[in-house]
Design a protein around this ligand. Structure first.
Ligand code: FES
Ligand SMILES: [Fe+2]
Length: 436
């Protein structure tokens, strides 16, 4: 339980709030690079700030405040120039650094031009994603986590704009027990109503959390597992402060899955599923699969306004949204199995304090030597590359991917893209424990 005051501290991300300042110490993804290829501008709302991503005539990217400092027209309708962008209303021109370069109908006046400089933030590309940094200089390096730099990977990214605060989504990743219920018994109940009896839920014997350089790994021991299972010995991490990393396979055929919870503002979150798949060495990979990050939307409600709960990610989104726009933590009662949630909140508060003392918070990378490739701890023996790939595609956000069928062909040549219902149910249990 948190006081109303503490709940605000943990959830508010606007400029000048403690959590907003902490979040601004980390590079945040704003779009796939391919999404600005055929456009000159793209609106971005991040940490409560309305911004416009733009491309100048030389193809360089900039990110500036959406509203023009003259009389507030939007740069989303701007005119690209050689070195920046002009406002559509009266043509004032700004650089990617936010400097006013030109006021066409004004007498030339440097002092006035300097006075109207606007907010501008750096943008960098990694793994086909664009990241922005809204914090103070000197800016840290954009961390080169394994999934972003994996060579020869096929990449795709699902996106859902969720009408909720980012924190309840991250807390879900520190809550292993929910898989047993939300993805287990709740799913069984759905099937029961269709007249199908299934038993897929696996009981948690133990859970554990261990801090490491970039966040916290979570560990589970399910009924029937032994303590040398990778779920218990390695686990998978919450990458501080707003990413979950799940993976599988070894270096010959591996996949990386990053769930990134980007705070749009206090009441909205852009949820990204960024997946990178390294095909088996002998696989035939059509060139178009490697050409770009394939993007798609992940819906959470159907045409009747009902939550879509036939897939693991839909089940998660239903639970998160049902907690309210900003979960009221003054009304909750944490139990012993919520210890991960409590650890995460304590870590957030501790890192805010560190930042306020002038120190770098957790996971900030400034040494280029450390940033060649950052390998995150992850299990290697899950369902993915054995008999479960087709099922993974069908039972998660991936079912909405435009390349789902292509991926099945690459990873399981000869296997149909859909499985008999009985097989799907058998594999569902593995997925429900491994994907969250
Ligand atoms: S409002 Fe932008 S130039 Fe006038
Ligand atoms: Fe989940």
């Amino acid at each position: 339980m948190e006081s109303a005051e503490q709940n605000k501290l943990l959830t508010q991300v606007g400029r000048g709030t403690p959590m907003g300042q902490l979040m601004r110490r980390y590079w945040q993804p704003i779009a796939a690079a391919v999404e600005i290829e055929n456009n000159w501008t793209r609106r971005v709302r991040l940490l409560g700030e309305d911004l416009v991503l733009f491309k100048d005539r030389q193809g360089r990217l900039g990110l500036i405040a959406e509203q023009c400092p003259h009389r507030r027209a939007s740069f989303a309708h701007g005119i690209p120039t050689e070195n920046g962008i002009r406002c559509p209303y009266h043509g004032w021109e700004f650089s990617a650094q936010g400097k006013c370069l030109n006021q066409p109908n004004e007498p030339d006046n440097c002092a006035f031009r300097d006075k109207v400089a606007t907010d501008a933030y750096p943008v960098e590309e990694l793994g086909g994603l664009l990241f922005a940094y809204l914090g103070p200089e000197p800016r840290p390096l954009l961390p080169r986590f394994d999934g972003f730099v994996a060579k020869g990977a096929i990449r795709m990214m699902g996106r859902a704009m969720l009408p909720i605060n980012w924190l309840q989504i991250m807390e879900n990743s520190m809550d292993p027990i929910h898989t047993e219920w939300l993805h287990g018994h709740h799913y069984e109940f759905q099937k029961e109503q269709e007249g199908v009896k299934v038993a897929i839920s696996a009981h948690h014997e133990k859970i554990d959390f261990r801090e490491f350089e970039f966040g916290i790994t979570k560990h589970r021991l399910l009924v029937g597992q032994t303590e040398d299972s990778e779920d218990w010995t390695i686990g998978h991490p919450i990458v501080f402060p707003n990413m979950l990393a799940v993976g599988n396979g070894d270096e010959t055929s591996r996949y990386y899955s990053f769930q990134i919870r980007v705070p749009v503002d206090d009441e909205n979150t852009m949820h990204l599923w960024y997946n990178a798949y390294i095909p088996p060495r002998d696989a035939l990979v059509p060139a178009h699969l490697l050409a770009k990050v394939h993007t798609y939307d992940v819906p959470f409600k159907d045409e009747h306004g009902h939550f879509i709960v036939d897939n693991v990610d839909g089940q998660d989104m239903m639970a998160w949204i049902s907690q309210g726009t900003i979960a009221d933590r003054s009304q909750e009662n944490l139990g012993s199995t919520d210890k991960g949630v409590a650890i995460y909140r304590r870590t957030l508060k501790r890192e805010i304090k560190k930042m306020e003392q002038g120190l770098d918070p957790m996971g900030i990378v400034r040494d280029p030597g450390r940033n060649q490739q950052i390998d995150l701890p992850n299990e290697t023996k899950k369902h993915h590359n054995s008999d479960g790939f087709s099922s993974f595609m069908l039972r998660t956000h991936a079912k909405y991917s435009p390349i789902a069928a292509d991926l099945v062909k690459v990873f399981e040549p000869g296997k149909p893209a859909s499985l008999p219902e009985a097989d799907q149910l058998a594999l569902m249990a593995e997925i429900s424990q491994s994907e969250t």
